[in-house]
Design a protein around this ligand. Structure first.
Ligand code: 48H
Length: 261
């Protein structure tokens, strides 16, 4: 029995890694923006891989509003909640409350059911770039426990036509690209102090391409564009995830037509 269990794990696990070593879209971070983007891209037929450093989904949704079991979204995000079949209750002034556990479960299930693959326990370490002008064409990654051990183990590669940084406040992928590939010309001013109403609009407005092949969604957008943070409200994160999915889908579709023309 032990032999069969071990072989089943190794065979399927390595098949998955092999199959997903080359994808249309690699999303880093399984928080609200990354999971939302994953679903809308996967349902358009793109091959989507989400790398998540933790062994769980949801990013900042779980701790939400200072760990209370209720988070807030605004009216504009209700169509996304309905797409994911997440229940909500009015809280007045155009705000609604949602159960964070339900949101985490249903965003992840929505992404997976649409066809996205989520691999947990992966720390994305670096980007791969090619060409002049340079374009991000993939990622380097390592298992999180190895990264945490501090031991030097060389990473593995995943190639992608588009990479989305959904890593939250630290914009980790964009930050490494800005530092190591100065030719990409990325500036990273970092987020500013809170102004919820303004930030919830700006985070969606500024969502998009940061450099060829590299996109920002969610809190990463505030870090890249020096926008104010918004505090514990999550509608902007999901609206940003949906917007980046639309932009990436458009860019990849246009590139395919340009290659065929
Ligand atoms: C693999 C990584 C890596 C890496 C990080 O923080 P998140 O929830 O991100 P968003 O942008 O979808 O949502 C932000 C929201 O949760 C929030 O913090 C808000 C609204 N704050 C407002 C405020 O004012 O404070 O999720 C990011 C995910 C996490 O699960 C990380 O573990 C993961 O990305 N991650 N995964 N490789 N290098 N870095």
């Amino acid at each position: 029995m032990e032999l069969k269990i071990g072989r089943a794990i190794i065979k399927k696990g390595l098949e998955v890694l092999y199959e997903y070593s080359d994808v249309d879209v690699a999303i880093v971070g399984a928080g609200p923006s990354g999971l939302t983007a994953a679903r809308y891209l996967a349902e358009k037929g793109f091959k989507v891989l989400v790398f998540e450093r933790r062994f769980s989904f949801g990013g900042g949704i779980g701790p939400g509003g200072n760990m209370l079991p209720s988070i807030v979204v605004q009216e504009e995000a209700l169509p996304i909640l309905r797409d994911f079949k997440v229940r909500y209750q009015p809280a007045g002034d155009g705000l609604y409350t949602v159960d964070p556990a339900e949101l985490i479960a249903k965003l992840a299930a929505g992404a997976i059911d649409a066809g996205a693959k989520i691999i947990l326990g992966v720390h994305v370490d670096d980007v791969i770039f090619r060409g002049d002008p340079p374009r991000v064409v993939g990622l380097l990654w390592i298992w999180t426990p190895i990264q945490m051990s501090g031991m030097h183990v060389d990473p593995l590669y995943t190639m992608a036509k588009a990479v989305i940084d959904a890593t939250g406040h630290d914009a980790e992928v964009i930050s490494v690209a800005a530092r190591k590939v100065p030719e990409l010309g990325i500036q990273l001013p970092g987020e500013k102090s809170a102004w919820s109403e303004v930030s919830e609009k700006l985070v969606v407005e500024y969502t998009g391409k940061v450099a060829p092949g590299l996109y920002a969604t969610g809190m990463a957008v505030t870090a890249v564009h020096g926008l104010p943070r918004m505090g514990p409200i999550f509608g902007g994160m999901m609206l940003s995830g949906r917007k980046v999915a639309e932009l990436v889908a458009k860019d990849l579709t246009e590139e395919v037509y340009a290659v065929r023309a």
